[in-house]
Ligand binder design. Structure first.
Ligand code: UT7
Length: 349
């Protein structure tokens, strides 16, 4: 049976380290609150100019390709997961294709936020297993720091997020003791607005019917990006943190158990769980629910904050570089986030 193996993995994080105390310059917050509620000590911020979601993704991709022993010319499909793209459109995938001077291959952008990397990995897995592609580049990258509300009003969101990128190269393998065993993906759009960036968008909910009645269609089209929206800080992400937290601690253990059960395995079989790095408290809760030892779970949110689509490959790569993941180990990836979407991937390294 053809399996998808991880031929190479790489990351890129920006140089600039921003501590919790550094954020006090902009907002009323403090190190104790941030560490106690989230576990975060510091995060990285990309350069204001010249360093984008795509450029960081490209750097991570170069490392992943080098470790896979492939070059950009060998890649036959790109999957790019992000919620902070360089442009509203086109997506970052085509920008990677251009930056790496790749062949005229397909490039797909995935918009599944915190679950973006697992969704992207799952799509790549299907293309490899079907025999359609032989070298797929999967990237998760975010430049959150460019689009957060740094005033006290936005502190519950802005202190959490950081910038960075991770990438893997997927290849087919005949060795059924290695590679992706399964992926499980879920969504529940009922609470789509609880963790979202509404604007710019086509919903125009920041205007009332009464206000809109005074404008014609051409004027309404200009409201896509309006002064009203900016004046009311509606151009920043919104999160109802406690509601997201409550759902995450139920759905993450559930989707991990789904993966284990599908493969006739139990939590004791996991060598390394890489949870999406949203909040150290969520990871600890998941660990406790599954009865996992500390050495079965890897967290690095303390250093990088929540890097959304990049958090899993950054933590996964770091754990591997530190020798915490060895050949043949059972690795489980799991995420929960905006959408809501959640998912898991189980693989043998
Ligand atoms: O990756 C995407 C998925 N996202 C998540 O999984 C996030 C899940 N949620 C969380 O991680 C937590 O809900 C947060 C860390 C976001 C917030 O922690 P919380 O314990 O749920 O706090 P809260 O939002 O209920 O706020 C508690 C208090 C409030 O003050 P009052 O109303 O009690 O006076 C906030 O104004 O903490 C205040 N607060 C802050 N204080 C200092 C909120 N943000 C900050 C801050 N610094 N940065």
């Amino acid at each position: 049976m053809l399996r998808t193996k991880i031929a190479g993995i790489g990351t890129y994080v920006p140089e600039q380290v921003v501590s919790n105390d550094d954020l006090k310059k902009y907002m009323d917050t403090n190190d104790a609150w941030i560490q106690e509620r989230t576990g975060i000590k510091e995060r990285r911020y990309a350069k204001r100019t010249g360093e984008t979601t795509t450029t960081m993704g490209v750097e991570a991709a170069k490392k992943a390709m080098e470790r896979a022993g492939t070059t950009a010319k060998d890649i036959d499909f790109i999957i790019f997961a992000t919620l902070s793209p360089d442009y509203y459109f086109p997506g970052c995938g085509v920008l990677v294709q251009r930056a790496l001077k790749m062949k005229e291959i397909g490039a797909l952008d995935v918009r599944n936020q915190c679950s973006g990397f697992i969704y992207a990995l799952s799509v790549g897995d299907q293309f490899i297993k079907s025999g359609m592609y032989k070298n797929i580049l999967v990237i998760g990258s975010e430049k959150h720091s460019f689009g957060l509300d740094f005033s006290t009003r936005g502190r519950n969101v802005s202190v959490i997020f950081g910038d960075g990128a991770g990438a893997v190269v997927l290849q087919p393998s005949e060795n059924d003791k290695q590679g992706i065993l399964s992926t499980h993906l879920h969504s529940d759009g009922e609470n789509a607005e609880l963790l979202a960036m509404y604007n710019p968008g086509t919903h125009a909910n920041h205007w009332t019917e009464k206000q809109l009645a005074d404008f014609d269609d051409a004027e309404i089209a200009e409201m896509f990006m309006s002064h009203n929206m900016i004046d009311n800080a509606q151009n920043f992400p919104f999160m109802d943190g406690p509601s997201v937290f409550k759902k995450a601690v139920v759905k993450m253990p559930e989707v991990i158990m789904e993966a284990l059960t599908a493969n006739q395995l139990t939590p004791a079989d996991i060598d390394m769980l890489i949870p999406h790095q949203a909040n150290l408290r969520i990871s600890q809760f998941v660990q406790q629910q599954l009865g996992l030892r500390d050495d079965q779970v890897y967290n690095n949110i303390q250093q990088y904050g929540n890097t959304t689509a990049a958090s899993i490959p950054i933590a996964w790569c770091e754990a591997w570089e530190k020798g915490k993941i060895k050949e043949g180990d059972l690795v489980c990836l799991a995420s929960f986030g905006s959408g809501f979407t959640w998912g898991s991937a189980l693989l043998r390294w």
